[in-house]
Ligand binder design. Sequence first.
Ligand SMILES: [Zn+2]
Length: 101
Amino acid sequence: MNTKEALCRIGENHFSTWIKTHAKVWEEFSDKQQVFCLCGKLATGLHERICRRFNAAVTKETLVRLKHLLLTNKTNKRRTSDENNTRTSRRGVSKTKKLEG
Ligand SMILES: [Zn+2]
């Protein structure tokens, strides 16, 4: 499962958890970088909101913290052809542009 698929899954099944954890990680990362952002620019609140690099790092860390959700979720499903079924069996969930970056 690549990052995008993992994001999709968490977004569909644990959206509120994702939002909460993402916000928390965002705050933590923002606190950590006092002066400069990951990209080398001044880490103002505004910059952090729009910085791709910063937000990518936040997303990555959020994913790491929510990995267990994916694992537990997977045990409830059929082991075979799981990947192929997910796309068609899912109900249309509102798209989240935020997660796609
Ligand atoms: Zn930046």
